[in-house]
Design a protein. Structure first.
Lengths: 439, 304
């Protein structure tokens, strides 16, 4: 070990002092100091009560200290599409957005449908700066036919299975996936879209799509699949269904029905679906094109209620980077998806907290304890003693303007360029080490 | 992304009534038979990604009547076939020296994309199911030749409105002048959401209801291949929605019958209606040239 005079020593312990801790899983919402040691939470105590020194101290006065944020839904594009994003650039953007863990979607090239690819993603050579949890394909090649080897994928480190980007459409295949998932305590993540109703469609069906002359996806294309899946989840004991990027009022009704029946049904919502509606597409702005599409004002209202009342388990970004040549084309031909890692917290604070008056602890829960429960990420999502030393420190009052050009992501396809925000990440800590610090 | 260059015409929706009246006034002063070299030396590209007879030939005559040079670029026989993007084609045409691009494209919004990235005016000659502004203007020009003004008029549009850029542009234009419009057809062609396009629109499934007391009847072409996937059969459509001499009697005595073409006799209308005294279908085509002369003159800043 190098210990030269000017050599910065690796900090084995870090004391976060003077901050206000919000840790919903531990029911803490109070000023607390936190000592991190050897990658774990060593102590959480009232201000100035932690005795003994630390290798490094962080002054968190006027800041919120939170368990590290967890994003259940990102596309980091490796393997195969590193011109859009890499694990290194994508996780750097994640760190800047306060995320200490990200769950990667398997719709890469090739599709992550084997244990080998799961291991490849988790290999340190990929250069991830935050924790990376692969979600593997539910069917071979995500073609919707034959199930993958769930047990092998789980052993290799996958946290769930999905055919994201596409639905698991066939009733029997979905039933088998939930059954096998139930045996292994393995969540099945559904991209809920009845693609038979959405062929060649590029936005939500409503007055705006009619005005723009665009073929459009009815809200029912999502709701019908969620409805079917919830029914299956109720029938199959111990099965775990997670609804990805839920966007419609009717799909929420189905999720509520499942939760009332005590089925293991969870769902996530993206920041863009709680902020924007179909009208915002304007004159064919492809940075407002994603799947599921921006929905109606009524759907957005229902999502806001569900975020506040606990129906929604997690905020997930669906970070979907694309190169300019895939976006600067005709709207109908443009790729679906937008980036989202660096704007998620700011949107949550600006829209949900300041505008909708949702308390900060609930927002923190949606970024931490909520998502940790969805995929059983043990030791994360809370700063209880002994847990992983993943911490996000943010300033909920800080005003700033997002500039897409300064994004850490390799791609800049965001609808939020130039948006004024309140709420900014100040530091992100993974396993006790800083992976991001606001300059 | 930038604002479209001055003089661009991407749609009717965002034009105000004054701009529309200005264009119509200018169109009335244009005479295709008397050459006026307003645009001498200007290069106008007709960029057509879709088949067209009327729109393409009338834009070309319009440009040439004003002294401009034109060149036609079509998707077949150009680099578009080789996979060149819309934007790259636009940059190329700009570099070649185009002063204005008239574009028809099967994808809604393609002219907007080009206009946001080029510093020359872009004219929408029909984009997917979105808008066909020059058609709406020539239709307004035609209506004003037969009616004193738009005041108090009622119009009826019958047919496949869902797929029709002509219908969308017409609805935007006429409702800006207070014209009440009735949209008529089966739900597959006229979904209820169509009524939200502009103020003063009403949807009906019954042609008798749609025609009673109307001043202007606009028929749209019915594409047989589009009926194929729908619930309604061709014979049912004809029985319920075809424009016949008997049905025409329900409208005002001086009602005019319009159609953007191409017409399919025996389908959306009978030959008697198409060739009858109330039909202004040929007149519409004729008015296409002066209207497009006005559009091009405005685009290139020679609208005086």
């Amino acid at each position: 070990m190098l210990t030269g005079k000017n050599q910065r020593r690796e900090s084995a312990s870090l004391l976060i002092k003077g901050g206000h801790l919000i840790d919903p899983a531990s029911k803490i919402n109070a000023p607390m100091d936190i000592l991190l040691r050897d990658g774990r939470v060593a102590e959480v105590a009232l201000p100035n009560k932690i005795r003994g020194g630390a290798d490094e101290k962080f002054d968190a006065r006027d800041l919120i200290v939170s368990p590290g944020f967890i994003d259940l839904h990102v596309h980091l594009r490796e393997p195969g599409q590193s011109y859009k994003e890499t694990i290194a650039t994508g996780t750097t953007a994640a760190a800047a957005g306060g995320f200490t863990s990200v769950c990667t979607m398997p719709n890469t090239a090739p599709v992550v449908d084997t244990a080998e690819w799961v291991s490849w993603l988790r290999n340190a050579e990929r250069g991830a700066v935050v924790n990376l949890f692969p979600i593997a394909a539910a069917t071979r090649g995500s073609r919707g036919g034959t199930l993958t080897d769930f047990a092998a994928l789980q052993r290799a480190g996958a946290v769930a299975v999905t055919d994201d980007g596409k639905p698991i459409l066939d009733d029997d295949v979905m039933r088998m996936a939930l059954r096998l998932g139930a045996e292994l305590n393995f969540p099945v993540v559904q991209h809920a879209e009845d693609s038979r109703l959405t062929e060649n469609c590029s936005m939500h069906a409503g007055p705006t799509s009619f005005r723009l002359g665009l073929r459009a996806m009815p809200a029912s294309a999502e709701a019908q699949i969620v409805d079917r899946d919830v029914t299956l989840a109720q029938q199959i004991r111990e099965s775990r269904l997670h609804v990805a990027h839920l966007s419609t009022s009717d799909a929420l009704k189905a999720v509520r029905r499942g939760k009332r029946a005590r089925a293991r049904v969870t769902c996530e919502v993206t920041p863009h679906h709680f902020t924007l509606i179909d009208e915002n597409v304007g004159e064919y702005d492809t940075n407002f094109k994603m799947n599921p599409p921006l929905r109606s004002a009524t759907d957005l209202e229902a999502i806001l209620v569900a975020l506040a009342d606990g129906t929604v388990d997690a905020i997930a970004t669906d970070h979907a980077p694309h190169a300019p040549h895939e976006k600067q084309v005709e709207f109908e031909r443009a790729a679906f998806g937008i980036t989202g890692l660096e704007t998620a917290l700011a949107l949550a604070i600006t829209k949900l907290h300041r505008e909708q008056k949702i308390p900060l602890p609930r927002i923190v829960e949606l970024f931490t304890a909520g998502p940790a429960r969805v995929f059983d990420l043990h030791g994360r999502g809370s700063l209880a003693r002994g847990n992983f030393a993943d911490v996000t420190i943010f300033d909920p009052k800080k005003r700033w303007t997002f500039e897409a050009a300064k994004s850490r992501s390799l791609s800049h396809n965001t609808p939020f360029d130039g948006w004024p925000f309140a709420g900014k990440v100040v530091a992100t800590i993974v396993a006790g080490k800083f992976v991001y610090r606001l300059e | 992304m930038n604002k479209p260059a001055r003089g661009s015409l991407l749609g009717i929706e965002h034009l105000d009534a004054k701009e529309i009246l200005g264009l119509l006034k200018l169109a009335r002063r244009m005479n295709p038979l008397k050459a006026r070299p307003l645009l001498r030396g200007k290069r106008i590209v007709l960029l057509f990604y879709e088949a067209s007879t009327r729109t393409r030939s009338s834009f070309e005559f319009a440009a040439k009547s004003l002294g401009a040079m034109t060149t036609l670029v079509q998707s077949s026989g150009s680099s578009i076939e080789k996979g060149e993007s819309v934007l790259d084609t636009g940059y190329t045409l700009r570099a070649v020296g185009a002063d204005c691009i008239v574009i028809r494209h099967p994808s809604a919004g393609a002219p907007h994309l080009m206009a946001r990235h080029l510093d020359i005016p872009v004219i929408n000659a029909g984009d997917g199911m979105h808008e066909h502004p020059s058609q709406a203007l020539l239709d307004a020009f035609t209506i004003l030749k037969h009616k004193k003004s738009f005041k108090g008029l009622q119009a009826t549009i019958i047919g496949d409105i869902y797929h029709s850029r002509v219908a969308r542009s017409a609805c935007h234009l006429l409702t800006k002048f207070g014209v009440k419009i009735i949209l008529c057809g089966p739900p597959e062609f006229v979904p209820d959401v169509a009524a939200t396009l502009a103020p003063g629109l009403r949807v009906t499934r019954h042609i008798e209801d749609a025609l009673r007391g109307t001043d202007v009847i606009m028929l749209l072409r019915v594409q047989k291949e589009r009926l194929a996937g729908q619930k309604i059969r061709l014979q049912d459509y004809i029985a319920r929605y075809q424009m016949t001499t008997a049905r025409l009697k329900l409208a005002k005595r001086d009602a005019i019958v319009m159609h953007p073409g191409p017409i399919i006799r025996g389908l959306e209308l009978t030959a008697e209606v198409a060739d009858g005294p109330q039909s202004v279908i040929v007149d519409e085509v004729h008015n296409g040239v002066p209207t497009r002369m006005a559009i091009l003159a405005r685009a290139l800043g020679k609208a005086k």
